[in-house]
Design a binder for this molecule. Structure first.
Ligand code: UT7
Length: 324
């Protein structure tokens, strides 16, 4: 019998320390006004010394599992999206697996930077659809603060740390877009944009972790175009129109990009989940953090149609449609 992936639970974790725009303005040539007007960011969370991506991921995962009375022993797959792993290898997912007490199945990382969560969701959904996994944990977790050049105002004001997790469970696929579960995922990449957003380090180049480098304006232009395309692709694949969407849960890179997407879909602002003001851009963690927040506060409810989209380094972009 074919299966589809039902979203059973969400969890989130943000480091305790909050850094405001004014703190950045005190040591950089920037201002709260510029950051708010150009990006919508007011503050970001920053991991404590010694607090790693696996620490953030583990807490988010534990919260998701605890909310439905599950433990790691109930899982047979972990797919963790990150561009900031604890170590070059093994996968950060392996550390999370051990901490959750999961001793079977598989745990691995995927790397698609800010699109990482959509990629991870797609990989886990495919494993469930084919019967390879029954209960999967999909995590987006990042400590971007560790790879920022804190003297580059064009990038360091934009990012924050955090983690979000989703538990997926195999259910019989009743078919159609009215039945609950992941309806479809859509992944894209174009490696000719590699140098528009990259980290100038890595094990095979310099041997050090390096720092984020970005052609912000070019990335912005690509984001608006590519996200519009992939959102249309997701709706068309399910024979749905934009007015069927209950919630747009976008990657949180820039408020202006998010607003442009909401407008293009004809969605009123109250149907778009926004966290960028408080979280900044948490890369692969932004979509699951937003999902966790909006489901915990009762906005996203069972049976509603949730459209997720993201764009990031690679270049990569993607979308997912989920009947919650
Ligand atoms: O998550 C992965 C995907 N990432 C994104 O989608 C990010 C996409 N890009 C963006 O969000 C925007 O391009 C930024 C927020 C990064 C920059 O906004 P922008 O409106 O594209 O500004 P810009 O890069 O064209 O720069 C405009 C001016 C420049 O000054 P001049 O050359 O006009 O004198 C920058 O040097 O703003 C200056 N600037 C700043 N000023 C104050 C750049 N960063 C800052 C800053 N504070 N932090």
């Amino acid at each position: 019998m074919p299966f589809r992936s039902l979203v059973r639970a969400c969890g989130a974790y943000l480091p305790q320390r909050v850094m405001t725009n004014d703190e950045l303005a005190a040591r950089l040539d920037t201002s709260n006004d510029w950051i708010v007007q150009r990006t919508g960011i007011r503050q970001r969370h920053i991991a404590a010394d010694g607090e790693t991506t696996s620490d953030l991921a583990t807490v988010a995962a534990e919260r998701a599992l605890a909310s439905i009375g599950m433990t790691g022993a109930d899982l047979d797959l972990i797919v963790l999206a990150t561009a900031t792993p604890d170590h070059t290898f093994p996968a950060t997912a392996a550390k999370v697996q051990a901490r959750l007490g999961m001793r079977r199945g598989a745990a691995f990382d995927v790397q698609a930077v800010c699109t990482g969560f959509i990629y991870a969701l797609s990989v886990a959904d495919n494993a469930i659809r084919t019967g390879q996994a029954k209960r999967a944990l999909v995590i987006g977790a990042e400590t971007f603060s560790r790879i920022l050049d804190w003297n580059d105002r064009g990038t360091c004001v934009l990012f924050g740390d955090g983690a979000g997790a989703l538990v997926l469970e195999a259910v019989p696929d009743e078919g159609g877009s009215a039945a609950r579960g992941v309806l479809s995922t859509h992944l894209h990449s174009d490696g000719t944009g590699y140098e528009l957003l990259y980290v100038d380090g890595g094990p095979s180049t310099s041997g050090v972790a390096g720092h984020v480098r970005m052609e912000g304006h070019e990335i912005f232009r690509h984001a608006v175009q590519r996200l519009a395309e992939v959102v249309d692709e997701a709706l068309t694949a399910n024979r749905l129109k934009a007015d069927a969407v209950d919630w747009l849960v976008p990657h949180q890179a820039n408020r202006r990009i998010i607003d442009a997407m909401g407008k293009r879909l004809g969605l009123p602002p109250e149907k778009v989940v926004i966290t960028i003001d408080r979280h900044a851009n948490t890369s692969a963690a932004s979509v699951p953090l937003a999902l966790a927040e909006a489901s915990a506060d009762g906005r996203i409810r069972a049976g509603q149609l949730v459209l997720m989209e993201a764009m990031g380094g690679g270049l990569t972009w993607g979308a997912a449609l989920v009947r919650w």
